[in-house]
Design a binder for this molecule. Structure first.
Ligand code: AMP
Ligand code: MG
Length: 409
C-alpha cells in the first residue's frame, strides 16, 4: 500500500472533535477557531492621519509650492486620541465647521475632521502655529487612512476551523474582540513500549536504554493544537500494554504507541490490537524506514502504532499524525509542507521501498545526511526536512527532489 492510500483510509475513519472553549484572545494563538467572527466595527472607525502635519482641503492648496505657498489659518491642534472641534465652544452643539482657507495641525493617528480630505506632512510646510504656509499641492486622500481601511463593520475576520496565527490575533484585537471560541485541545496519549526502556532520571543499567521517542513526540504534539494526556513507558508485557491502552482510549482522542510492531517474539502490538477488537487500517506501507507502522481504529478512536527505532518513529509520526490531527480539528494546514529542492550531492542507492531521508534544506538547496539509519537520531537536530525518494530512484547532484518539511522546524 502507498502512503497516500494509507493516510486516506485511516483518516477517513477519524471523527472531528466538537467540544469548544471560550478563551481570552492572548491564549488563542495556535488554536483552531470554533466560530466565524465578523467585525462589529469599522477599523479604524474614523479617518486617521497617516502623518504629522496639517489636515487641509486639497481643493484649497492647488498649485502650492515652495515659491508660491498657500497660507492657511490654523484653527486647532488634533493629537492622536483627540476629538476635532472639542476646543471650540460651538462644537458641543455639533455645529462647528472649519472656516474657509483653514487647516488643523494634526499628529499621526489624529482624527481628520470631516471638512478636510488630505494631510500635508509637516516637512512640506513652515510648521506655522497660527498661520501655516503650505509648500506642496497634494491630491485628496493623501496621508489619509479612511474609515474601514483595515476592515469594515460586518467583515469576516476569521472563519471557523482556521488555525489562529499572529495576523488573526491582530485583527481580532483591533476589532476589540477579547474572547474567542476555540476548539478544545486534541488529547493525545503516547505510550512507549519496550522492556529495555527507562526514563530520564532513572539509572542506566545493562541492557537498558533511555526512551527518546516519548520526549520528541510530546513536544511535537504540544506545539500543535494538542495536549499530552498520557506519556508512559510500558514493558513488553501483554497485560500491562492492554491495561495502559484501555486507560489511554478512555482519556484521549488519539493514541500513539512506539515499539513492538515488528515480527519479533516480543512485538505484541498487532495481537493486542486484535484482542482489543481494533481494526488495522494500514500496515506494511511502501515506506522505509518504518514499514511495520500501523494505523488502527480501536473503539472508533485512531491509534498510530510506530516502530521503536527513533528515526522510523519520527518520520512516520510526521507523515500520519498531522493528517489525523487535521481530521480531528477540521483544520487544514496542520500537515507538514511539501516542496522541492535541488539535491547537492549524488544519491545512488537504489532502495526497495520508497524512502524518507533526513536532510537539511536552505534556500532551495538540500543536503542529505550521511547517516540515515533508523536507529540513529544524533543528527536530527541539524535536519529540517525529509527527501522523499521513490523506490529504485537515484539522483545526481543538481537534480530536483521532493521534500517534506519537518513540522517542528
Ligand atoms: P521495536 O520496534 O520495539 O522492535 O524497537 C526497535 C529498536 O528501537 C530497538 O533497538 C529498541 O530498543 C529501540 N527503541 C524502542 N523504543 C524506543 C524508544 N522509546 N526510544 C529509543 N529507542 C527505542
Ligand atoms: Mg521492542
Amino acid at each position: 500500500m502507498e502512503i497516500e492510500e494509507a493516510k486516506k483510509l485511516w483518516t477517513d475513519r477519524i471523527q472531528m472533535i466538537n467540544e469548544t472553549e471560550s478563551l481570552p484572545l492572548f491564549e488563542c494563538f495556535g488554536r483552531v477557531m470554533a466560530e466565524d467572527i465578523y467585525s462589529e466595527i469599522n477599523v479604524p472607525s474614523f479617518p486617521k492621519s497617516a502623518m504629522d502635519g496639517y489636515a487641509v482641503r486639497s481643493s484649497e492648496i492647488v498649485g502650492a509650492s515652495k515659491d508660491n505657498p498657500v497660507v492657511l489659518t490654523v484653527t486647532e491642534e488634533i493629537d492622536a486620541g483627540d476629538v476635532p472641534g472639542y476646543k471650540h465652544q460651538s462644537a458641543a452643539s455639533g455645529t462647528w465647521t472649519y472656516p474657509e482657507k483653514s487647516a488643523v495641525r494634526i499628529m499621526t493617528g489624529g482624527m481628520i475632521p470631516e471638512d478636510f480630505d488630505s494631510v500635508v506632512k509637516q516637512e512640506d510646510t513652515d510648521y506655522g502655529e497660527k498661520m501655516v504656509s503650505i509648500y506642496k499641492a497634494i491630491p485628496a486622500f493623501m496621508n489619509y487612512c479612511p474609515v474601514g481601511e483595515n476592515f469594515a463593520k460586518g467583515a469576516l475576520l476569521v472563519k471557523k476551523s482556521t488555525l489562529i496565527n499572529r495576523g488573526i490575533i491582530g485583527n481580532l484585537a483591533s476589532a476589540g474582540i477579547g474572547n474567542v471560541k476555540v476548539l478544545r485541545k486534541v488529547r493525545a496519549a503516547i505510550i512507549n513500549t519496550g522492556s529495555e526502556l527507562i526514563d530520564t532520571g532513572e539509572e542506566l543499567s545493562p541492557g537498558k536504554i533511555y526512551s527518546s521517542i516519548g520526549a520528541m513526540l510530546k513536544c511535537s504534539v504540544e506545539k500543535a493544537v494538542a495536549e499530552t494526556v498520557m506519556l508512559e513507558i510500558c514493558p513488553d508485557e501483554k497485560e500491562k500494554i492492554i491495561q495502559v491502552l484501555k486507560k489511554a482510549f478512555e482519556i484521549s482522542d488519539i493514541v500513539i504507541t512506539s515499539g513492538g510492531v515488528s515480527v519479533g517474539k516480543k512485538d505484541l502490538i498487532p495481537e493486542i490490537i486484535n484482542e482489543l477488537g481494533g481494526e488495522t487500517i494500514f500496515r506494511k506501507v511502501n515506506i522505509q524506514p518504518g514499514t511495520p507502522t500501523m494505523g488502527c481504529i480501536v473503539n472508533g478512536r485512531p491509534l498510530l502504532a510506530l516502530s521503536g527505532n527513533p528515526y522510523a518513529a519520527l518520520v512516520n509520526f510526521d507523515i500520519y499524525y498531522f493528517e489525523a490531527l487535521a481530521k480531528l480539528t477540521g483544520c487544514d494546514g496542520l500537515a507538514p509542507k511539501e516542496g522541492v529542492a535541488v539535491i547537492q550531492s549524488d544519491y545512488k542507492k537504489e532502495n526497495y521501498h520508497r524512502r524518507f531521508l533526513r536532510a537539511k534544506e536552505s534556500f532551495g538547496k538540500v543536503e542529505i545526511e550521511k547517516d540515515n539509519k533508523a536507529s540513529v537520531i544524533s543528527n536530527m537536530a541539524e535536519c529540517n526536512c525529509y527527501v522523499d525518494v521513490p523506490a529504485g530512484k537515484t539522483y545526481s547532484a543538481g537534480d530536483v527532489v521532493n521534500i517534506i518539511r519537518m513540522p517542528e522546524t
